[in-house]
Ligand binder design. Structure first.
Ligand SMILES: Cc1ncc(C[n+]2csc(CCOP(=O)(O)OP(=O)(O)O)c2C)c(N)n1
Ligand SMILES: [Mg+2]
Length: 365
């Protein structure tokens, strides 16, 4: 009785419940050999994961420059979040369904979305929302909405007896939205095969994580909905991969899981005029730069003789060529008309939309 009423002790216990899971530390050294054995990635798979992370960083760097030149529309930088985004995505099956947030374009590209389509999405062109066979939806702008959609897709998989999961991403700020809880609660009740990620990158635009919520650990919010919930070092590709892989299996057999990845965005919130130095110090950024997931994975693979500067250089060159092609392809797509856009909005346009389409078409727009 006395213990139950000890509120202070309860709050303090959270730290031991939500320990950060790590396999590969900041120096590129293995700190959990048992966990490493469970990762089970062969050498060529480790190299493939590294290539995907480097692709993501290169795409970030190029997109940042294109945005500065006014050649993209909306762009949310991803540098720093490669382990959190790419290594998690790597744990899923190609038929699993991804529901990304606006910062999660790399996962879509790695699931097969052509880069030029990602550029068209950024520019607000309707063709950037046509996904073909890619098992994912366009990046969500409404914070947290993708959690509700994921619960529905996961339930659909379950009802159809498919052995696939739906997985989704939101940010630290997203955990303050109602949809975040509603999605988990629904999926939890129906034991739907969903994996929910919270990429805790420290900020919701300029709002620091600690002024966002009094919750000590964002993962604790999953407990309220009955989900196993864990905290992972989001700069460690091996820990993120194993956590995601284990969660996927659990989701198929038992129901949803919440994974909070501790990560950081090195750049601005978006390329639409954000200056991070107005709300965080250069020292803070420099501290996080030392945790770069690419640095530690380079070191780890380098020590195994699987990766070196030359390997990386030639891969970056190849990716840059792919991006050059994608820019050309996106530039060659016919400029969209207002009527095209309205036509794409609803499968069956209602009377109001039909009138608008006719109106704009009559003006050649
Ligand atoms: C429902 C809703 N409210 C507010 C916004 C405006 N908004 C855009 S990004 C953002 C911050 C989100 O932060 P976080 O969830 O931490 O994701 P991050 O950008 O750090 O990846 C906000 C509040 C929005 N897009 N949708
Ligand atoms: Mg954030």
């Amino acid at each position: 009785m006395v213990d139950i009423l000890d509120f202070k002790a309860q709050l303090e216990r959270q730290d031991s419940e939500f320990k950060t899971f790590q396999i590969l530390n900041n120096k590129g050294k293995i700190v959990d050999k048992q966990a490493l054995e469970k990762v089970g990635l062969k050498d060529d798979q480790l190299v493939e994961l590294m290539k995907q992370m480097v692709l993501s960083r290169t795409l970030n760097d190029r997109s940042t420059r294109l945005a500065k030149q006014g050649r993209l529309g909306f762009f949310a930088p991803t540098a720093g979040q490669e382990a959190s985004q790419v290594a998690s995505n790597y744990a899923f099956d190609s038929e699993d369904y991804v529901m990304p947030g606006y910062r999660d374009v790399p996962q879509l590209v790695l699931k097969g979305l052509p880069i030029y389509k990602a550029f068209l999405w950024s520019r607000g062109h309707y063709e950037g929302n046509e996904f073909g066979d890619v098992k994912g939806w366009f990046p969500q702008i409404i914070i947290g909405a993708q959690y509700v959609e994921t619960a529905g897709i996961a339930l659909g998989f379950k009802k159809r007896g498919k052995k696939n999961v739906a997985y989704t991403y939101t940010g630290d700020g997203g955990t303050s939205q109602g949809d975040f809880y509603e999605g988990m609660n629904f999926a939890g009740h129906y034991q739907a095969p969903a994996v929910f990620f919270v990429q805790n990158n420290g900020f919701a635009i300029s709002t620091p994580r600690h002024t966002q919520t009094a919750a000590k650990h964002l993962a604790a919010k999953g407990w309220a909905a009955g989900l196993p919930s864990i905290v992972v070092d989001g700069m460690d590709p091996l820990a993120v991969y194993l956590a995601a892989k284990t969660a996927r299996q659990w989701a198929l057999e038992n129901g949803p899981v919440l994974i909070e990845t501790l990560t950081n965005r090195f750049g601005p919130h978006s390329m639409s005029g954000d200056d991070p130095l107005r709300y965080r110090s250069q020292e803070d950024i420099d501290e996080w730069l030392k945790m770069d997931p690419l640095i530690r994975f380079r070191k780890y693979l380098g020590d195994k003789g699987l990766w070196n500067e030359k390997t990386e250089e030639s891969w970056v060159k190849e990716v840059n060529q792919q991006i050059d092609e994608a820019v050309k392809q996106a530039d060659n797509v016919e400029k969209q008309k207002v009527s095209d856009f309205i036509k794409q909005t609803l499968a069956q346009p209602g009377q109001a939309q039909q009138e608008q389409i006719a109106h704009f078409e009559s003006e050649g727009k």
